[in-house]
Design a protein around this ligand. Structure first.
Ligand SMILES: [Zn+2]
Ligand SMILES: [Zn+2]
Length: 316
């Protein structure tokens, strides 16, 4: 096969599906072995995986030197890692020893695509492919066309949690199992969710100087928590009343759409993920970005604004 290059916006691990389709090898396992992958189960929500370092070595091009950062979830994840953890993103381990909590609590964990992108990509590049911005948690619409993302068959329930179940988005948008048209997302979507969707896409596209230290400080300040007083009775009371206010005031249907462990909580809805100490301290296991975004949005903190003020500081 001639040199395999990533296409614009292509998902780094999703590209294994296209590589397999082009390699014409009968078994996905032989493609995975040929690429030297340790794990053959490739999910769209793969954070900090050692195989992505290998894929970067094979698929990067001179125009796309940092695909391990820009075409994976790394650039989107980075603001929610502490400075120490951020350094692992550029090492040969890719931070694979870090465990991200919350992935299994997301309701949407399958490969998704936009039908307009599929048509355009097929016309321009001769093949359809998975875009990494279509895979972000909390994102339900295409970053280019604004239409609902496809990936779940409403007729038979088919969806591909791993790339070998559907190596390319289907031509004619037909379900590979029952051949029905696979419609774009048309479920609950509020203004709050649109805010989180826009922020998620923005983070995945823009390099910034955000870190968990900065974000947890901002959040504590907004809640009225002093880091020196954490662990005292009064700060515990403050945290607990903040959990209750978020459960009552944050869009309950959004939380139910996002998480499979969202449950009634003091008259509202909450997920145990939102009550993790990691949001306020910058220690503990990393959490999926969506949880941080919910807490920050609830406190009126706009990440793009915070990021651009940091960039100005660096330049100034
Ligand atoms: Zn699109
Ligand atoms: Zn179907």
């Amino acid at each position: 096969m001639k040199r395999f290059n990533l296409l614009p916006g292509e998902s780094l691990n999703g590209a294994v599906g296209r590589y397999h389709a082009l390699a014409l090898s009968p078994a996905f396992s032989s493609t995975a072995n040929q690429l030297g992958l340790n794990n053959q189960v490739i999910s769209p929500l793969r954070f900090l995986h050692g195989d992505d370092v290998k894929l970067d070595e094979i698929f990067h091009t001179s125009e796309n030197e940092k695909c391990r950062y820009t075409n994976s979830l790394n650039q989107y994840l980075s603001p929610f890692l502490n400075i120490n953890e951020q350094q692992y993103l550029n090492t040969s381990s890719g931070g694979s020893h870090l465990r991200i909590s919350g992935v299994s609590n997301l309701n949407v964990r399958h490969w998704r695509w936009c039908i307009d992108c599929v048509e355009q990509d097929e016309a321009k590049y001769g093949i359809e492919y998975y875009h990494h911005q279509h895979q972000l948690p909390g994102v339900y619409h295409c970053y280019r066309h604004g239409i609902g993302l496809s990936g779940h068959c409403i007729q038979c329930g088919f969806h591909a949690n791993k790339i070998q179940d559907l190596v390319l988005p289907p031509m004619n948008n037909a379900c590979p199992n029952c051949a029905a048209w696979m419609p774009g997302y048309d479920g609950y979507f509020s203004k709050t969710m649109a805010g989180i969707e826009n922020t998620s896409i923005w983070l995945s596209m823009n390099e910034n100087a955000l870190s968990l230290e900065i974000l947890s400080d901002l959040l504590c300040k907004k809640i009225g928590l002093k880091k020196s007083e954490l662990g005292t009775l009064s700060s515990n009371r403050l945290i607990s009343s903040w959990h209750k206010s978020l459960a009552n005031e944050f869009d309950n249907n959004a939380l139910l759409s996002y998480f499979n462990n969202a449950k009634p909580y003091f008259g509202g809805v909450s997920s145990p993920l939102i009550r993790k100490a990691r949001l306020r301290l910058s220690s503990g296991d990393p959490l999926i970005p969506l949880v941080h975004m919910i807490a920050l949005q609830h406190q009126g903190i706009d990440l793009a604004t915070v990021a651009s003020s940091l960039n100005l500081e660096t330049v100034g």
